[in-house]
Design a protein around this ligand. Structure first.
Ligand SMILES: Nc1ncnc2c1ncn2[C@@H]1O[C@H](COP(=O)(O)OP(=O)(O)OP(=O)(O)O)[C@@H](O)[C@H]1O
Length: 319
C-alpha cells in the first residue's frame, strides 16, 4: 500500500558510467505528488540515461532511487512507475486493441480488469473507431498516442516520458498534452524530458536543467529566472523622432551605469533594463512625453526559459 505522505521519487547522487565516460555525475532531485516535472538538456546531457535508470532499464553505477520510499527494484516501484520510451515500441502487425491487451498483460493487469482498461485507453486516445486497425497503418501522431496508452495500462502513479512529442505535428502535440493533463488532473505525477523550451515553460510545474550529466538548475520558471537573470526586464521604446536626451533619461530612471545602457542618441529607438515598472518605467515615460516626444511603440520583455537556459549552459537547445 502506497503511503500518501511519501515522495513519488527521490533521487540522490545518481551516477552512470559507460566505460570511462560518466553520463550521470551525481544527479539529485525529487518528484512531488501530482507534479508535472520537465527535464531539459542539450544533446547528450544525460536525460535519456536518467529516465531509463528510473524506469529500471539501465543500472546506475552509484547513488539511489526511492519510489514512494521503497527501492527502485521493489514491487511497489514496478507497480507505481509507467514508462513511455522515445522510440515507438508497438507491434505493428497487431491492432490497437491487441497492442493494448498485450501491454496490459505485460504490466500485470488482472484478467478481469483488462477489458475495462482497454476501453478506457481507446476513449483516452480518441482511437475507439480505429481499435481494429493495424497499428502499422497509423500516422506518427496516432502511434505516439497508442505508445502512451501502452505505458499506462496498469494505472501507474508516476509516469516517465522520454520526449513524448518528438516528431509530431502541432495538432498531435496538443492532443498528447490534453491526454497528459487528464492524467495529471487524476493525480498522476509526470516526469518528461523535452527539448522544447516553450513546452517546458507552459506545460510543467517545475523544471530541472541537466548539463553534462549534472543538475544545473531546479525550480519553477519564476525561481529559475530569479536565480539566473534576476528580476530585471528589458524595455524597448520607439519615439516619433530621434531623441538626443535618450542616454540621460536612461541614466536618470534606470540607475544603471552608463556602459550598461543601450541608447542610440541619434535614433528614435532605445532599450534598457528596469527593475520596477512603478518606480522606473512610469516616471521615465512621463518625462519623455513632458519633453514633447510621442511614444510610438513599446515592448516590455520578461526573461524566458530560453534566456535562463542560455545563461546556465551557454548553449542553445537543438532545433
Ligand atoms: N550505452 C551507451 N554506451 C556508451 N555511451 C552512452 C550510452 N548511452 C548513452 N551514452 C552517452 O551518454 C551521454 C548521455 O546520453 P543520453 O542519451 O542520456 O543524453 P540525452 O540528454 O538524452 O541526449 P538526447 O537529447 O540527444 O537524447 C551521451 O554522451 C551518450 O553518448
Amino acid at each position: 500500500m502506497i503511503q500518501p505522505d511519501l515522495l513519488p521519487l527521490r533521487i540522490k547522487n545518481l551516477k552512470k558510467r559507460f566505460g570511462t565516460f560518466e553520463a550521470l555525475r551525481g544527479v539529485s532531485f525529487e518528484l512531488r505528488h501530482g507534479e508535472r516535472l520537465a527535464f531539459l538538456g542539450t544533446n547528450g546531457a544525460g536525460k535519456t540515461t536518467m529516465i531509463r535508470a528510473l524506469a529500471g532499464r539501465t543500472k546506475p553505477t552509484g547513488g539511489s532511487i526511492e519510489v514512494f520510499g521503497d527501492s527502485a527494484r521493489s514491487v511497489t516501484a514496478k507497480r507505481a512507475i509507467g514508462f513511455v520510451p522515445q522510440e515507438i515500441a508497438l507491434y505493428g502487425d497487431l491492432t490497437t486493441r491487441e497492442n493494448l491487451v498485450a501491454f496490459a498483460k505485460f504490466h500485470g493487469v488482472r484478467r478481469g480488469e483488462i477489458s475495462k482498461r482497454v476501453d478506457w485507453a481507446l476513449q483516452w486516445t480518441g482511437l475507439h473507431d480505429r481499435s481494429r486497425d493495424l497499428v502499422r497503418t497509423f500516422s506518427g501522431g496516432m502511434k505516439r498516442r497508442v505508445n502512451l496508452a501502452c505505458g499506462v495500462m496498469h494505472e501507474p502513479r508516476i509516469l516517465l516520458l522520454d520526449e513524448p512529442t518528438v516528431g509530431v505535428d502541432p495538432q498531435s502535440r496538443e492532443r498528447i498534452f490534453a491526454m497528459l493533463d487528464e492524467l495529471s488532473d487524476g493525480g498522476t505525477s509526470l516526469l518528461l524530458t523535452t527539448h522544447h523550451l516553450d513546452e517546458a515553460q507552459q506545460r510543467s510545474d517545475r523544471i530541472v536543467i541537466l548539463d553534462g550529466g549534472q543538475v544545473v538548475a531546479d525550480g519553477t520558471i519564476d525561481e529559475l529566472v530569479h536565480q539566473t537573470i534576476g528580476s530585471s526586464r528589458l524595455v524597448k521604446v520607439r519615439l516619433d523622432r530621434p531623441m538626443a536626451k535618450a542616454v540621460r533619461y536612461l541614466h536618470q530612471y534606470n540607475r544603471l551605469p552608463a556602459e550598461q545602457l543601450v541608447g542610440h542618441p541619434g535614433s528614435a529607438a532605445f532599450e534598457t533594463r528596469i527593475e520596477s515598472v512603478t518606480d522606473q518605467l512610469t516616471p521615465m515615460l512621463e518625462a519623455i512625453q513632458r519633453d514633447g516626444y510621442r511614444i510610438t511603440d513599446m515592448e516590455l520583455q520578461t526573461p524566458s526559459l530560453h534566456h535562463v537556459f542560455l545563461s546556465l549552459t551557454g548553449n542553445e537547445l537543438r532545433d
